[in-house]
Design a protein around this ligand. Structure first.
Ligand code: HEM
Ligand SMILES: *[C@@H]1O[C@H](CO)[C@@H](O)[C@H](O)[C@H]1NC(C)=O
Ligand SMILES: *[C@@H]1O[C@H](CO)[C@@H](O)[C@H](O)[C@H]1NC(C)=O
Length: 326
């Protein structure tokens, strides 16, 4: 080989080498030598906390989602307000709604005492989301790790980039494609609503005067409508809670999709997946009759969501307190 040929080949090699490093920033087993018990510590804290509060797994999965959709999966959602910025906690979709922050604090404290300054808050959210799926009966997956934490948050991002429950299917798809996720990821990740609860204010617009029509949303099955109207009467307590999955509220299964086919979706953004003619409806049908297909796709889509714009070395920091940007 000529010298020129060799030099050229080396360039090509290094080009593809760095390209691949750039693409696969996160990896499984990232803490294998730096904090070998990291994942088992998270798991045992999630399990302890769930014994006190059966809603917690749902809240933790949602925290990871609301983190990843704003500035990427960088734990920005966990930051309290500082003198230089207002955090994301009081954004419309989050205020008086996101929960689980104290449990993340407990997990972080436990990790700091075992492996000081090693495990990021963003990775804690990703691991806790996986453990929350498993503990409620859902799928498991190997969590890609190596995210680092932001030093800033974005209140305006949280207000504009987290999808609204009033959205149409096309608006929901746009919110996901804006984050590099697919329509299929959206159909699949919506299945997280197989667990957890929503406040009356998140769906009461459907119950009496849907989009100013003077009528309830006709896609709500009559018996279900009655029970929602009595749980969330006009002028009643807007913070009262209803299960997102009326059939199996605390079990991670495919019942969410069967509910949709029966007009028993709680949020508008849930129900439109089966009432709007198109691909979404085909996924709802497929998942309602094939739980293992839903589970394996859910695992894959959670990995995709966890890959949204992570901060990796040399960017970001490892916070010592998940609420504070230092
Ligand atoms: C597709 C667009 C989505 C919309 C419009 C949406 C909207 C909502 C709303 C309005 C609530 C109830 C909040 C409240 O009333 O306090 C909620 C709860 C929840 N969401 Fe979503 N969500 C979406 C996607 C997702 C995704 C992708 C995940 C996770 C992968 C997720 C997981 C959850 C969970 C688990 C809860 C219950 C939380 C708890 O009980 O604390 N959602 N969502
Ligand atoms: C958040 O909720 C509290 C009530 O708990 C309210 O006082 C505050 O105004 C809300 N913040 C925003 C920005 O809506
Ligand atoms: C329904 O809402 C529309 C617009 O928001 C309003 O004009 C109308 O009076 C309401 N109808 C009833 C029956 O409350």
């Amino acid at each position: 080989m000529t010298l020129v040929g060799f030099v050229l080949m080396s360039y090509v090699f290094f080009f593809f080498f760095f390209l691949s490093v750039g693409r696969c920033q996160l990896q499984t087993g990232f803490y294998a030598s730096s904090c070998p018990n990291a994942e088992s510590i998270v798991k045992s804290e999630v399990s302890k906390a769930t014994q006190q509060d059966s809603r917690l797994p749902a809240s933790l999965i949602r925290l990871h989602f609301h983190d990843c959709f704003v500035q990427g999966c960088d734990a920005s959602v966990l930051l309290d307000d500082t003198s230089s910025f207002t955090g994301e906690k009081t954004a419309g979709p989050n205020n008086n709604s996101l929960r689980g922050f104290e449990v993340i604090d407990t997990i972080k404290a436990s990790l700091e005492s075992s492996c000081k300054g090693v495990v990021s808050c963003a990775d804690i959210l990703a691991i806790a989301a996986r453990d929350s799926s498993v503990i409620t009966g859902g799928p498991s997956w190997d969590v890609r790790l190596g995210r680092r934490d932001s030093t800033t948050a974005s209140l305006s991002g949280a207000n504009s980039q987290i999808p609204s429950p009033a959205f149409t299917v096309n608006q929901l798809i746009s919110a996901f494609t804006a984050k590099g996720l697919s329509a299929e990821d959206m159909f699949t990740l919506s299945g997280a609503h197989t667990i957890g609860q929503a406040k009356c204010s998140s769906f009461s617009g459907r119950l009496f005067n849907n989009s100013g029509s003077g009528q309830p949303d006709p896609s709500i099955r009559p018996g279900f409508l009655k029970s929602l109207q009595s749980a969330c009467p006009q002028g009643g307590d807007a913070t009262a809670l209803q299960p997102l999955d009326v059939a199996t509220a605390t079990t991670f299964d495919n019942q969410y999709y069967s509910n949709l086919l029966l007009g028993r979706g709680l949020l508008n953004s849930d129900q439109v997946l089966s009432t709007t003619v198109g691909t979404a409806r085909n996924f709802v049908k497929a998942y309602s009759s094939d739980q293992s297909k839903f589970f394996s796709n859910f695992a894959g889509s959670m990995i995709n969501m966890g890959n949204i714009s992570p901060l990796t070395t040399p960017n970001g920091i490892i916070r010592s307190n998940c609420r504070v940007p230092s």
